[in-house]
Design a protein around this ligand. Structure first.
Ligand SMILES: NC(=O)c1ccc[n+]([C@@H]2O[C@H](COP(=O)([O-])OP(=O)(O)OC[C@H]3O[C@@H](n4cnc5c(N)ncnc54)[C@H](O)[C@@H]3O)[C@@H](O)[C@H]2O)c1
Length: 455
């Protein structure tokens, strides 16, 4: 897409654009979690003056003291960023000094599986009083199309005392405009194959100037910015990516269940199909979806679609198939124990891996949590091991209060259940020492033993 012409260019915008280009701009990042913290580090490393804002005082204190609270981010990276000008605060007054403000706050679902935009709304309310002319505000939180324009902008406009308005294409600039864009986060936690800066950044502005300002900002830290015509297109892009993933995972999960009945190794089939050099992208079955994105984001769209009298059937069906997977794994454990003349009730089961995917420390929406609950409900005694989670306490949907059990004496368990295929595990040894292994990830690929049950 050709670079859009900037329609309104008061000196403040021109100056801010220049500062973004030569990386002397001040950037405020709101929400210092899995998305906001790595983004702040990238920006600081590129030379921007970065201030992180969060309502969580512990995070702010940790950062100011050079400590990390995200497993894959070493403390040294934070200490380095502090020397490069990164700072963190709970005081939002500093927002008025920023050239650009990026919002990276949560967008979960409510108990009724509807979008919970309260974090975005509260953050917009907190930003509005500090807004300045010519400032750029970018929303990165995953959400349904229309959130930036129908939810965030009205709050920003009504909450600032100076009467500032989000600039639109063709509107005369009277020196009372700020600029708004949406740019989805595309990080793949634990993926070490693609450097974060090589993941192109999609940007859609409320007007052409906002698109240019945001694209220029991200071109300072990413190899490429991809400009789309509207904030809605940018919001929808992120949802398409995640729905594509969710639907394809559901497809292989369904085919896995069928293949098991037919005595076919679905993982062998996927690997064979993946040798096709075009038209096939491999997705793998597993014990269920996890993480902040794939289990949640599609429902943002299905909720919004209802406003248009539209049923997103693929999303609903994929949700149904994927949500049945933890239950399926528990059934397979029961069947495997049955072959050993053991009921689930009273069995000792060691679950390997709590994270929702391998080699990361993220527990959010992890199927392991549901599997523990289901097994306990059937009367099993469940212990777990996970090098990334020495303890598991309380979350939004669970209160386990468990401690990771050392990987010793595996023969004492009636079943060792692999839920997350962390690379740290020695699967040969696990199979050798266990009485029964139920493997929901094909982690024991290449190992052959009669007491392995793959599901
Ligand atoms: N985690 C991922 O890999 C990932 C990937 C792509 C997109 N996303 C999306 O990015 C967004 C952020 O996700 P995350 O994983 O970083 O969440 P997170 O929970 O790790 O971090 C969010 C941070 O926002 C802070 N916060 C909440 N309300 C605030 C407020 N009013 N003011 C200031 N700070 C506030 C929280 O204290 C927390 O530190 C979500 O919309 C998510 O869907 C996440």
């Amino acid at each position: 897409m050709p670079t859009a012409t900037i329609q309104a260019s008061p000196s403040t915008v021109t100056e801010r654009l220049a500062r973004l280009q030569n990386r002397t701009a001040r950037i405020g990042v709101i929400g210092l979690g899995y998305v906001g913290l790595p983004l702040s580090l990238l920006l600081a490393d590129a030379g921007f003056q970065v201030t992180g804002f969060d309502i969580d005082k512990r995070k702010v204190d940790d950062l100011q003291a050079g400590r990390s609270y995200i497993f894959r981010i070493p403390a040294e990276e934070i200490q380095q960023a502090l020397t490069q000008g990164l700072s963190a605060t709970t005081d939002f007054a500093g927002l008025s000094q920023q050239d650009a403000i990026i919002l990276c706050v949560p967008t979960p679902l409510t108990g009724h599986r509807e979008p919970d935009l309260s974090y975005v709304e509260n953050t917009a309310r907190a930003v509005a009083p500090w807004l300045q002319e010519g400032q750029l505000v970018v929303l990165e939180s995953t959400t349904y199309p229309g959130t930036t324009e129908d939810v965030m902008i009205p709050i920003l406009e009504s909450g600032n005392a100076n009467g500032l308005k989000a600039h639109t294409n063709g509107a005369e600039d009277t020196g009372t405009s700020f600029y708004v864009a949406f740019s989805p986060e595309r990080e793949d936690p634990g993926n070490t194959d693609v450097a974060r800066r090589d993941i192109p950044k999609v940007v859609g502005g409320h007007d052409n100037t906002a698109t240019e300002l945001a694209a220029t900002l991200y071109e300072g830290i990413f190899t490429r910015a991809v400009r789309v015509s509207t904030t809605r297109a940018a919001e929808m892009t992120k949802l398409l990516e995640n729905i594509y993933r969710c639907v394809n995972i559901a497809l292989v999960n369904e085919l896995k269940v069928l293949s098991l009945r037919m005595g076919i190794d679905i993982w062998e089939v996927i690997d064979a199909a993946a040798t096709k050099p075009f038209g096939f992208h491999a997705f793998y079955p597993g014990p269920g979806l996890g993480g902040h994105c794939i289990p949640i984001d599609p429902f943002y769209l299905s909720w919004k679609a209802k406003e248009y009298d539209f049923n997103t059937r693929f999303i609903e069906l994929a949700g149904e198939v994927n949500e049945a997977m933890p239950e399926f794994v528990v059934q397979q454990v029961a069947r495997a124990l049955n072959t050993q003349k053991k009921p689930v009730n009273g069995s000792r089961i060691l679950m390997l891996g709590m994270s929702y995917k391998k080699n990361i420390d993220d527990l959010r929406e992890s199927p392991s949590l549901t599997i523990i609950e289901l097994l306990r409900h059937e009367g099993a005694e469940v212990l777990y091991n996970d090098p990334y989670h020495p303890t598991v306490g309380r979350g939004r949907h669970y209160n386990l209060n468990m401690t990771s059990t050392p990987l010793e004496n595996l023969g004492q368990y009636d079943c060792v259940l692999i839920v997350t295929d962390h690379s740290d595990y020695d699967y040969e040894q696990i199979v050798r020492e266990s009485k029964l292994v139920v493997d929901s990830r094909n982690a024991t690929k290449g190992i052959s033993a009669p007491h392995i049950v793959r599901c």
